[in-house]
Write a protein that binds this ligand. Structure first.
Ligand SMILES: Nc1ncnc2c1ncn2[C@@H]1O[C@H](COP(=O)(O)OP(=O)(O)OP(=O)(O)O)[C@@H](O)[C@H]1O
Ligand SMILES: [Mg+2]
Length: 636
């Protein structure tokens, strides 16, 4: 015991513990103290022995860092206060897991055992004094003239009661004065379920506790991720790390790369900050194997040097007219005319026996869901012809001068007859607007290009293949959204086929993950009303993805622009720094299980740090995401 002075500090390390001897030393020398008579000491020892020997902490307390406190009227369910000696404070950093063992029954307790996590503290509080007591305040202001003894306090959130190795919801709470033990890293990792085949990074606050995710669990990637955070928070780096890991695990990855940022992933990083960070973490820079760039025909790729660059075109017939109308942001009047023209086009294709032609196609037609896809063999050029003829008709212009696609030109009379029967809505201005929209799309030449195929979805979903859809040269969110909507649908159908095949053959299913950068551009809250069809497509895909091993990763620096319905589809989150209080409070409503103390850290996270909440983990954790091994292109 330290008996120098009731005011001496704990960690003063001997000598003059208060550093203030001169002020406190009495000016008159004290009288010498008489030694204790030996008989007195001997009788004291006898009395101690008679009472059962010196007081010993029970074996159940051995190794405890602290003890639970009594409750007060302000105590809350599921959280207990734990007090600890000052020298143990360093053993209980924020977020550590602890086990609390109430006294055994024979010692007056109930023998229950709980698992908890440190959610507040560790705080240092002076022993026997309030922290704001004048003497503490004064002496602290005086530069530590003396340091009162102090102890640590942490607030522990109870995760559950441990019953036969299982964690069950607690019905009681730990009794007062129960010993508290810190779990070692190995057990912590096990209790937090940080196990899996891919590594995301290291848990913050531990020496080296890797945070892993299982790609073979349906709870994680097939239940979708949100990677959110302000600019510079580390989202793209996290995406790269994730893609590298997923690739190694044999998952197929598709990235919608709006900025062309990921088109150099096949090369190792050269960024000095990243190289240093990799070295600190004991990792090597490396390129990601098996990457392939796809870009829209007629648009550039931001990295023509990449060894695998392939152009693709889209098939107009794959696109739902409802989705197209939403993506083009047509007004109600334009939409009415667009749908009318679509209807006429459909009838003309039937009249001219372009579709359906066979019995089988007739049956297919009965099943056709135009919320999902377009009318077979209706090209953009054919639809444009119809819209133009309609506009000309309404304008009472000479439709004979309008050049048409070959089949329509050969059957001009029948086409015009259909248009005459159709009772077109008037107002030529609206018709011309629709014509203008389709004309612009037509000039992009991204649809129905006979020389450039549509994306090869079977190839894209091959294990370990990484496809980067380079959208950097489109300059148009509408075109990006067309591409995303189309490719999502293509992948969805392909993944359905893959799944059925694995059911049939008994081979393990192919796992696919799709990363959507700038997700708020694709699914924005303010456009939510206008695009129910597009949203429904994504929602359906998200729901079915769970069964089909198809995971979506939504990346955005503007989570406030994502509609609640989209957040509702996401079960896993990587939250980088977010400073906006309004955004945080909205996220709090959508994301469960993150305690206040973690939320409070969100505005101050360093680049690369993130709160990770995943279906496989027992509770969310603050993670230092591993630096990306591959090259990211700088975008300005
Ligand atoms: N995991 C990490 N380890 C080390 N440094 C990181 C990490 N993540 C990010 N950084 C640092 O932060 C910088 C910005 O990261 P990044 O480009 O990934 O952010 P971002 O959220 O994608 O930003 P933006 O919204 O502008 O696209 C990086 O260049 C790097 O210096
Ligand atoms: Mg980024």
């Amino acid at each position: 015991m330290d008996e120098a002075s009731p005011l001496s500090g704990n960690d003063a390390g001997g000598g003059d513990p208060i550093g203030a001897t001169d002020h406190l030393r009495p000016s008159v020398a004290p009288a010498p103290v008489q030694p204790l008579p030996t008989e007195a000491l001997a009788s004291l020892k006898e009395e101690i022995a008679a009472a059962g020997g010196e007081w010993q902490e029970g074996p159940e307390f051995e190794g405890a860092v602290g003890h639970t406190m009594y409750d007060t009227p302000s105590s809350k369910d599921n959280t207990v206060t734990v007090l600890l000696p000052a020298e143990k404070i360093a053993q209980v950093p924020s977020q550590s897991l602890v086990r609390i063992k109430s006294r055994p029954k024979e010692k007056g307790g109930d023998g229950r055992q709980y698992l908890g996590a440190v959610v507040e503290g560790p705080f240092a509080e002076p022993d026997g004094l309030r922290a704001d007591a004048p003497i503490v305040v004064t002496t602290t202001v005086r530069g530590g003239m003396f340091l009162p003894k102090y102890h640590g306090r942490v607030q522990v959130s109870i995760l559950g009661e441990e019953v036969d190795g299982m964690l069950v919801p607690p019905r009681f709470r730990p009794l007062p004065n129960s010993p508290v033990f810190v779990l070692d890293q190995e057990e912590t990792a096990e209790k937090l379920h940080l196990l899996g085949d891919i590594t995301l990074g290291l848990a913050v606050g531990y020496d080296e506790m890797p945070v892993r995710l299982p790609t073979q669990s349906k709870l994680v990637f097939p239940r979708h991720f949100g990677i959110l955070g302000t600019t510079g928070g580390g989202k793209s780096t996290t995406v790269s790390t994730l893609v590298s890991q997923l690739q190694q695990s044999g998952t197929a990855v598709i990235i919608f790369d709006t900025e062309g940022e990921y088109t150099s992933m096949h090369q190792p990083t050269e960024d000095p900050t990243m190289l240093r960070a990799l070295q600190r973490r004991g990792l090597q820079p490396h390129g990601i194997p098996n990457t392939h760039i796809l870009h829209l025909v007629g648009r550039e790729t931001s990295n023509p040097q990449h060894p695998h660059v392939t152009p693709f075109s889209l098939r107009f017939e794959d696109l739902s007219p409802y989705a197209l109308s939403a993506i083009l942001d047509l007004t109600e009047a334009q939409d009415e005319r667009f749908m009318k023209a679509y209807d006429i086009a459909r009838q003309v294709l039937m009249d001219l026996k372009i579709y359906p032609t066979t019995e089988q196609e007739k049956e297919e037609l009965l099943e056709l869901d135009e919320m999902e896809r377009g009318y077979p063999r209706l090209t953009l050029g054919r639809l444009y012809d119809i819209v133009r003829l309609c506009a000309d008709t309404v304008a009472q212009e000479n439709t004979m001068e309008t050049p048409l696609s070959q089949e329509f030109a050969e059957n001009r009379a029948r086409v015009l007859e259909r248009i005459r029967q159709a009772q077109l809505p008037g107002h030529v201005g609206s018709w011309r607007k629709v014509q203008g929209h389709l004309g612009r799309l037509l000039r992009l030449r991204i649809f129905d290009n006979p020389r450039v195929p549509a994306p090869n979805y079977a190839q894209m979903t091959q294990p370990g293949r990484v496809t980067i859809i380079d959208l950097s040269d489109t300059d148009s969110p509408q075109v990006n959204n067309l591409v995303i909507a189309q490719i999502l649908r293509g992948l969805h159908l392909q993944q359905d086929r893959n799944y059925q095949e694995s059911e049939r053959t008994g081979r393990p299913p192919r796992r696919t993950v799709i990363v959507i950068e700038e997700a708020h551009e694709f699914l924005s809250a303010h456009r939510r009303q206008q695009m129910p069809v597009l949203f429904e497509q994504v929602a359906r895909m998200a729901r079915r993805g769970r069964k089909r091993w198809l995971g979506l990763v939504f990346v955005t620096q503007l989570p406030q622009h994502l509609p609640d319905e989209v957040l509702g589809l996401i079960n896993n989150y990587i939250l980088h720094k977010i400073a906006d209080e309004n955004v945080i409070s909205r996220l709090k409503r959508s994301i469960g299980g993150i305690d206040e103390a973690l939320w409070a850290r969100l505005p101050n996270l360093a680049p690369g740090q993130a709160i990770v909440s995943a279906g496989s983990m027992a509770r969310p954790l603050l993670v230092a995401i591993d630096p990306a091994p591959c090259k990211l292109r700088m975008v300005v």
